[in-house]
Design a protein around this ligand. Structure first.
Ligand SMILES: Nc1nc2c(ncn2[C@@H]2O[C@H](COP(=O)(O)OP(=O)(O)OP(=O)(O)O)[C@@H](O)[C@H]2O)c(=O)[nH]1
Ligand SMILES: [Mg+2]
Ligand SMILES: [Zn+2]
Length: 328
């Protein structure tokens, strides 16, 4: 494990300082993996609150270790990114998990999560779970995302199908990488992590027969250091609590004009539409819409684009009004 940013220790300090990574935090108590490989339970310095920030799983932190064994987080080191949902910092890869059935898959949810990943500079990877329940739907989802250029996997924790391929991918592409599983509650994130790393024995949910959905079994974001036979430095995999609905409009800084840039398969067509100001929603001569008609861009992706664009537009009526006024 290697961490950078070692903190200078004052010569008159009795406590020793070191850096580490927060693995989890519940009720003000944080589990930190220190740079020397120990797992320490830490509180957070009250002064952090005055800086207007709280520590989150994934944060690289400096900690002070006192002789009485009590440790405290002193500082949060600069973040690469910070997700509010799931709450975690310094995420390099988002495993967007969607089940082939139960709960029913939703393209708009996948696409909103892809937008969030692109916005935060995190690589989205699509994982289709429960392929044993609906192979046809699983194939359909896979082909949409492969066509768009995303890495995508089909898995079943029940039959073991696809687990080996995903495990190989994680083991061979995770040096220094923090990967986070996200997706609706009950899609089988914890089951999948268990299938890849059986030693973790994560709690998994029982489907409620009535609504055939999991009931938020995983309660907190937790990072697990990835260790395998190969040498690996600073690789982590996180399980997170699932959600019911993912709300992209809660990311206030995302503007409607940004959305097109989150759809990477649109890129070859941008700038080639009939009108320079084309919004690619429904204009005549739109090259993106023509690509949908020719089958080069999946229709579900364009539908999601329109929905997300319009949701963000509806969120910002004041901004839209101001723009309208400027034009006159
Ligand atoms: N048929 C089938 N069922 C699965 C599969 N993977 C998980 N399940 C079941 O789906 C339910 C939910 O699984 P979990 O792994 O707890 O789901 P989760 O995504 O971690 O849910 P939260 O922690 O609530 O976000 C459990 O009853 C699992 O046994 C699968 O590949 N096939
Ligand atoms: Mg879970
Ligand atoms: Zn266009």
């Amino acid at each position: 494990m290697s961490f950078t940013g070692k903190i200078q220790t004052g010569s008159n300090e009795k406590k020793s300082k070191l850096t580490g990574k927060i693995l989890s935090g519940i009720g003000g108590l944080y589990v930190v993996l220190s740079e020397d490989g120990r797992t320490l339970e830490c509180t957070a310095r009250g002064s952090l609150r005055y800086l207007g920030t709280s520590p989150y799983p994934g944060d690289n932190v400096s900690i002070s270790e006192k002789p009485n064994g009590k440790s405290a987080i002193e500082n949060i080191l600069p973040r690469k990114n910070f997700f509010t949902r799931p709450p975690a910092a310094n995420i390099d890869r988002l495993f967007i998990s969607v089940s082939a059935a139960s709960p029913a898959p939703s393209y708009i949810t996948i696409d909103k999560l892809i937008c969030a990943a692109e916005y935060y500079g995190t690589e989205p990877v699509i994982i289709i779970t429960k392929t044993d329940l609906d192979r046809i739907k699983a194939d359909e989802i896979l082909s949409v995302y492969l066509k768009c250029g995303y890495t995508a996997f089909m898995t079943s924790s029940e039959t073991g199908n696809g687990i080996e391929a995903l495990r190989d991918y994680i083991f061979n592409n995770s040096d220094g990488i923090t990967s986070v599983f996200t997706g609706e509650s009950g899609v089988g994130k914890s089951s999948l992590i268990n299938a890849i790393f059986p030693e973790l024995k994560l709690e998994t949910g029982r489907l409620s027969r009535k609504i055939s959905r999991g009931r938020h079994t995983t309660r907190a974001v937790t990072l697990y250091p990835i260790v395998s036979t190969a040498s690996r430095s600073g690789a982590f995999l996180a399980d997170t609590p699932g959600f019911g609905i993912f709300d992209l409009t809660s990311i206030k800084r995302v503007k409607k004009e940004d959305v097109v840039g989150f759809f990477r398969e649109f890129a070859p067509y941008i700038g080639t539409c009939r009108y320079r100001s084309c919004t690619h929603l429904r204009e005549e001569g739109c090259a993106v819409i023509e690509a949908v008609h020719s089958g080069a861009v999946p229709g579900s992706r364009h539908e999601s684009y329109v929905k997300i664009y319009e949701d963000i537009k509806a969120r910002d009526p004041y901004k839209n009004r101001q723009k309208g006024m400027q034009k006159k």
